[in-house]
Design a protein around this ligand. Structure first.
Ligand code: BES
Ligand code: ZN
Ligand code: ZN
Length: 499
């Protein structure tokens, strides 16, 4: 989809989108259209039930006075005072949802002056266009027989801007993050017969093209280094486990990096503690944390972020087989702590235990954030609306929460009280990989991770439930959401790149 910004013009063809505020109040550009229509626009709106509330859409076919225009779409923006960048993105998303099956190749959005008190006109239209793009993207590469009427033919979006050159520059920057979100979505949507630890590592290797330094460690090296907790999870798979280290150097060499760690279980069958058949296919998405790290690193590299950033992903496939890890096994983690495996389906924490320790030990980062589809419990608690946030650092937690509100990738902070930790003591080893089953699964999982964190400010984001949605969301169609890329990109932009 090609998005461009042009000087406002009165279109004579195709689909034209204009805006209305609440109570049918028309911004200036829409009033000019009404003049061309000799007052017909206002008359039609007056007679209709359209009010101009945010996300309301009203369409006028073959509007009089705009010969050649097939549809004049009026987009409700609500109250100008309420508009924020995210709301504009979501309105753009809503607009995109009207064109899922359109035959038209191009849309012209005629909203050059949004007249919102807190947002510049030339930026407002860019947020709207960005939301349009995020919401219209689909993963349809495996649909070989898609009927043309089921498919949107939309190729170009033309947006009127009061300053097209400024809008274009602003969009180009934002689009780097958006393209990274789409990469993450692609990786999560891909099935597990395509994405395995090797092929996902290969995807990460491609970031070299953008100036990211990539190291890939295979089984022999990981054994030598002692990442036995991670290796144990992957030992039942035909694919070798991998640890991938990505480095973007955008600041002084001596400055400690920011570290993002991702769970990359390319398929989680549960291992010998096999999952029930229903819903097993969803576990192809158990690498969504790793996919978000790859996306984030691409975004930061493409926009040459002024920060040093390290991305570490642990890639394994959790399968039952003659060589699989058994319940009761004890492994020695990289940290030196021994772990008793009670349930081979609680595997993400084993991967992260080694990946987190490795990251903090090697890089001494300013902070570490991990993204992981870690527990079903967080889906019970928060559904598909918010990810669970656990942190040993209030400032980090607060700032991440803020970035979540700004990007629509919302978080909710969960407790890490010391009492939950006792539940993770093992009778026979230092720690066991599941609690005693008396609830608070997501919290005991986070407490397990915390045993592998020293003084480093750390946040764990449990993204099970938000990485995928069976329904459309304001900024994504059903399927993978790309959760985490926009969130962390915003967090880094706001707090580490403004000097
Ligand atoms: N990958 C799952 C968690 C998950 C569930 C992700 C639903 C996405 C959607 C994880 O590895 C898992 O199986 N966790 C278990 C842990 C339990 C055995 C202690 C869970 O949450 O049930
Ligand atoms: Zn599992
Ligand atoms: Zn898992």
């Amino acid at each position: 989809m090609k998005i461009s910004f042009i000087d406002p013009r009165i279109a004579k063809e195709g689909i034209v989108v204009i805006a209305s505020f609440q109570d049918k109040v028309l911004p200036m550009a829409s009033q000019a259209v009404d003049v061309l229509m000799q007052g017909e626009l206002k008359r039609i709106l007056k007679a209709s039930s359209f009010t101009g509330k945010r996300n309301e859409i009203f369409s006028i076919p073959s509007p009089r006075g705009l010969e050649g225009v097939t549809q004049l779409v009026v987009l409700g923006l609500g109250k100008p005072d309420d508009l924020t960048p995210l709301i504009l993105e979501e309105v753009g998303g809503k607009l995109a949802s009207c064109f899922y099956k359109t035959q038209y190749k191009s849309v012209y959005i005629h909203i050059p002056h949004i007249e919102a008190p807190h947002i510049k006109d030339e930026e407002a239209i860019v947020f709207l266009a960005n939301g349009f793009q995020l919401r219209s993207w689909t993963f349809d590469k495996y649909k070989t027989k898609q009927k043309t009427e089921d498919k949107s033919a939309l190729e170009t979006i033309l947006c009127a801007s009061s300053k097209p050159a400024v809008s274009t520059t602003f969009f180009d920057d934002m689009n780097k993050t958006t393209q990274a979100v789409l990469l993450t979505r692609t990786l999560v949507n891909e099935p597990a017969n395509v994405i395995n630890p090797q092929t996902l590592a290969k995807q990460a290797l491609d970031l070299k093209n953008f100036g990211v330094d990539v190291e890939i460690f295979g089984k022999t090296e990981l054994q030598r280094m002692g990442l036995n907790a991670l290796l144990g999870v992957g030992q039942g798979s035909q694919y070798e486990s991998q640890l991938v280290v990505l480095q973007w150097r955008g600041s002084d060499a001596h400055e400690a990096p920011l570290a993002i760690v991702g769970k990359g279980v390319t398929f989680d069958s549960g291992g010998l503690s096999l999952k029930p058949a229903t819903g097993q296919e969803e576990m192809k998405g158990d690498m969504a944390g790793a996919a978000a790290v790859i996306g984030l690193m691409q975004a930061c590299a493409m926009r040459t972020a002024k920060a040093n950033i390290v991305g570490v992903i642990g890639l394994v496939e959790n399968m039952p087989s003659g060589s699989a890890q058994r319940p009761g096994d004890i492994v020695k983690s990289l940290s030196g702590q021994t772990i008793e495996i009670l349930n081979t389906d609680a595997e993400g924490r084993l991967v992260l235990a080694d990946a987190l320790w490795y990251t903090q030990d090697r890089f001494k980062p300013k902070f570490m954030v991990d993204l992981a589809t870690l527990t079903g419990g967080i889906v019970v608690a928060l559904g598909h609306e918010r990810a669970g946030l656990f942190s040993n650092d209030d400032k980090l937690a607060q700032n991440l929460m803020g970035a979540g509100i700004d990007t629509g990738e919302k978080l909710w902070q969960m407790p890490l009280d010391a009492v939950y930790d006792k539940d993770m003591d093992s009778e026979i080893a230092d720690v066991k990989n599941t609690g005693s089953g008396r609830g608070a699964n997501s919290i005991t999982a986070a407490k397990f991770l915390q045993r592998f964190i020293n003084e480093t400010p750390w946040a764990h984001i449990d993204i099970a439930g938000v990485e995928w949605d069976k329904k459309d969301r304001p900024l994504s169609r059903k399927g993978a959401t790309g959760f985490g890329v926009r969130l962390l990109d915003r967090y880094i932009r706001t707090f580490y790149e403004t000097h």
